[in-house]
Design a protein around this ligand. Structure first.
Ligand code: SAM
Length: 270
């Protein structure tokens, strides 16, 4: 077992599936490739399966853990100079308070992984990269191409902000307790301002989020109907997009074009 000996009983409500396969731990650390001086931030360190090996590469790091018993366990095992433990909910955590150029890592609790990804995308500019273990099915949605069944709100929202790469799969036996599903490790690299401009990413993130969310709440409807309260069919057509398409047929760039049009119109510049 890679984690410290603890006697801690895994809590289902906190999505606790502890990594016990040292080979997988090595693979994750190799994928992150931490360099001395990197600012690592771990979400859900648990019993320290990743924390210990990461702290062999960097002198200190931050970690956010919801389970207070595990915070106490970590505090007994690592000195405060090595590990700054933030006891609390990563969903409410202000990552900007930790500074810039963050390298965020985590074997994420599966029960909150989607909201956590949305929360973290707000801090994309503060991050150098993010490496996560997630349910494989979630990673497949993150990297899904337009017009596939996996493509949806998560794909569009994240692809507008990040380059996303599925790295490798991890079988259930690598965890205690073993989850029912296969997992996968994914890397997200935030797109910089120039790359975002080049790719036609959304200029107004709030409007983009609103348009994408409305479109996918009515996935089976055409854009004309799904977005009727925000934009007319003729406006969609004027952007060179067929209003008869369904949301899953639109690229992140096309969603960005619609959102930017709505934002400009509400400011009176369209
Ligand atoms: N990193 C450890 C490992 O690989 O063995 C634990 C991974 S376990 C899948 C998820 C961890 O996230 C648990 O330690 C759990 O208590 C913690 N956690 C769950 N929800 C959280 C939240 N909202 N914010 C911060 N930590 C959370």
């Amino acid at each position: 077992m890679t984690s410290m000996v603890s006697g801690h009983r895994a809590r289902k409500r906190f999505g606790q599936n502890f990594l016990v396969d040292e080979g997988v731990v090595r693979q994750i650390v190799a994928a992150i490739d931490p360099q001395p001086g990197d600012h690592l931030v771990e979400i859900g360190p648990g019993q320290g399966a990743l924390t210990g090996p990461l702290l062999k590469r960097v002198a200190r790091m931050d970690a956010i853990e919801l389970d207070r018993d595990l915070c106490a366990l970590l505090a007994r095992h690592f000195s405060p100079d090595q590990l700054a433990i933030h006891s609390g909910d990563a969903l409410e955590f202000d990552f900007a308070a930790l500074g810039e150029d963050l390298r965020v890592v985590g074997n994420l609790p599966y029960n909150v992984s989607t909201p956590l990804l949305f929360h973290l995308s707000r801090y994309a500019d503060q991050c150098r990269d993010l490496h996560f273990m997630l349910q494989r099915e979630v990673v497949e949605r993150m990297v899904a191409e337009t017009s596939t069944t996996e493509y949806g709100r998560l794909s569009v929202m994240l692809q507008d902000r990040f380059d996303i790469e599925m790295l490798f799969e991890v079988p259930p036996e690598s965890f205690r307790p073993a989850p029912k599903v296969t997992s996968a490790v994914v890397r997200l690299r935030p797109l910089r301002t120039a790359e975002r401009a080049e790719r036609g990413s959304a200029a107004d993130p709030a409007m983009f989020a609103q348009v994408v969310s409305s479109a996918f709440t009515m996935r089976r409807k055409t854009l004309r109907n799904a977005l009727a309260s925000q934009v007319s069919a003729s406006e969609i057509e004027a952007l060179g997009i067929d209003p008869g398409l369904r949301p899953e047929n639109l690229s992140p760039r096309q969603f960005a074009a619609i959102a930017d049009h709505c934002a400009a119109r509400s400011k009176g510049t369209a």
